[in-house]
Design a protein around this ligand. Sequence first.
Ligand SMILES: Nc1ncnc2c1ncn2[C@@H]1O[C@H](COP(=O)(O)OP(=O)(O)OP(=O)(O)O)[C@@H](O)[C@H]1O
Length: 466
Amino acid sequence: MVQIPNTPTLVAEENVNHKRYKAQPQESFAIQQVVKPVPAPEPRFRGPAIKDKSESSRKDRLPVSGEYFENEKGDRFILRQKLGDGAMGHVFLSIFGGRTVAIKTEKYSTGMLPMEIKVLLSIKRNKGSHFCEIIDYGTIRREYNYMVISLLGKDLYRLRAEQPNRSFSLNTTTKIALETLEAIEELHAIGYLSRDVKPSNFAPGMREYGQHKTIYMFDFGLAKKYVDREHKKLKSRGEVGWRGTVRYGSLQAHKRLDLGRRDDIECWFYMLIEMYVGELPWRHMTDRALVGQAKLAVRNESRQVFFNRIPRQFETIMGMIDGYAFEVRPEYKQLKALIMEIRLENGIPDRCKWDWQIEESQHSELTETTSVMSDLAILAEQGITNYTDRAHERIDPLRNGSMSTPPIVNTSNIVEVTKMKGSITRGCSFSQKIKKKYILDFRKTGSASRRCLPVYRRKLCMLFDY
Ligand SMILES: Nc1ncnc2c1ncn2[C@@H]1O[C@H](COP(=O)(O)OP(=O)(O)OP(=O)(O)O)[C@@H](O)[C@H]1O
């Protein structure tokens, strides 16, 4: 997977120079034979784990693609390809209960995953609609923590980076604004702050599960309760140090002050401007103090330039945010109404596709064709360049000894496979369509093709796998 450089979360002051974990060279996408036999799993932790760091640091590690682990019920999870790298761990693709899932892993001693689990369990109890379902979680041999969550599509940072101008249309930006604001409101409603609202922490759901119209919020490593047990709001703790991601951090964060609900909304605001315009004025700045100054400047001397290219409602939104005190509940309803006003003023209909859906349909045809092309390249590598060559001399076993008419694998087949992918995704089974037509066709071509059949079949299967 192409890794797009991301905006790393700076976890805390002392972690500013934290280096991202790099993939180990021995990592492979193949399913490896690992850890034999599987030892009894560690008891699962409920909520934040209490760890004996001295002992854990000896075994502390991150798993790699191809490994598997078992939970206490004996369910086996294979860590397939890596979906993403975070500052603290890796996220892998896996399959569980017949559905594709994501598994987030973190070294046992890191200690951020337990907070995420706590937040997701609380969201689950409160039936939040913009969050991944938490399916399982636990600790493996005091080496790493994991949580199994529902799979999402590409995050908004990557989706924007893939757009022609690195920006979204007004339709997509405002739709994202409504979805993400709802997510933040739901999180606040259960007593948590994100403290790390940014595009790479939001993603659309999977089309396969009918969730593609919803934007989901994930990554609660920096989440914090802003209410006590009696649901009373906690007072600001004053200066506590930096939390969050520099590019999207609020003015209060730049002052290293304690963060409240208003700060999540301020991050949301910067995120939206970036999505629509394609960049923020402080995009190339790395110095945190300079970024803070640039954020002040857009409220003063560069205000006109900043708001020049964007709907006027965004200026009103910034004014509202700047007016909120630490403990104030943001006016989610009014903010949503302002976004709706932008849509109305610009005549954007309710039922409009996301920008990436348009891209997706064009892109999928391309990748399918490329995949089949690479299948053909594999066959060619095996010396089977012309499938009709030796086939004439063979007796077709499927036609009682009569001569077969060998299929020619060429671009028209590629187009046919590409078309077939469309019908398969609409519900036709892989085996009926592909196996019958293509695998049998290959059989007919004689022993040379039979030799390459497993490779071809495997590659075709891969086409229809995630
Ligand atoms: N449920 C999911 N489905 C698909 N991909 C996911 C899922 N969760 C995370 N990812 C991918 O993994 C990446 C890292 O995940 P996440 O942000 O949770 O990790 P992190 O260690 O907290 O990262 P960060 O340094 O950005 O704070 C994400 O940007 C996303 O691309």
